[in-house]
Design a protein around this ligand. Structure first.
Ligand code: URA
Length: 206
């Protein structure tokens, strides 16, 4: 079994990374941080094992905690609409969060909680091998890139893979942001399709 050595050194149980399924099972019974005590269901994320586009949000909310699925509440409805407007099928992408259990009162996840969950996100990215990772909001951007300021960073691609955009909940609060979120999803789709075509033709498309 492949496992996460670094998390073992920190005194937390090691995380197996054999497959998305084993990761999923571990997440559902995880006790690596106190968020486990308050959850109804952990929310590992969902989507096919290999996809071109991986979306990362912040944390499950009330609806997600009850369902054990990501983005099924009001933010999920907006995300679904934006994906649709960008011509992306939800069933063709993988959707997950920085932390897999709901923080009390939907507060932002604490640093320790993000660190406890980090191996899961890391191995999801490694196993899925997406062409584009969409970081939705400040929590995802901070967790993955260690930078903040989505308003100024949105639309930018980092390390040729990580695209920053608004969190769907921000669109719920300010409908004017929807157009930008859709434009960013379109850019992600173009990038994923471009790199797939490039790969198929075995050309250097840099
Ligand atoms: N907000 C998130 O960040 N993730 C969800 O799954 C739902 C709402």
């Amino acid at each position: 079994m492949k496992s996460d050595q670094s998390s073992g050194r920190e005194g937390r149980p090691q995380v197996s990374r054999d497959s998305l399924q084993s990761l999923d099972e571990e997440i559902r019974s995880c006790n690596r941080c106190p968020l486990a005590n308050g959850r109804t269901k952990a929310v590992p994320g969902e989507g096919p094992d290999r996809v071109d586009i991986l979306l990362i949000g912040e944390a499950p909310g009330k609806d997600e905690d009850l369902a054990g699925r990501p983005f099924v509440g009001r933010a999920g409805s907006i995300l679904d609409r934006c994906l649709n407007d960008a011509g992306i099928e939800r069933r063709e992408v993988f959707i997950t969060n920085v932390v897999k259990c709901r923080p009390p009162g939907n507060r932002r996840p604490k640093k320790d909680e993000v660190e406890a969950c980090r191996p899961y996100l890391k191995y999801q990215i490694e196993l899925i091998q997406p062409k584009v990772v969409i970081l939705m909001g400040n929590a995802a951007t901070k967790a993955v890139l260690d930078v903040e300021g989505v308003t100024s960073l949105r639309g930018q691609v980092f390390r040729d893979m990580f695209l920053v955009t608004f969190h769907p909940a921000a669109v719920l609060r300010n409908g004017n942001l929807k157009e930008d979120l859709v434009l960013d999803l379109l850019a992600a789709r173009d990038k994923a399709e471009g790199s797939r075509a490039c790969h198929q033709k075995r050309e250097d498309c840099a």
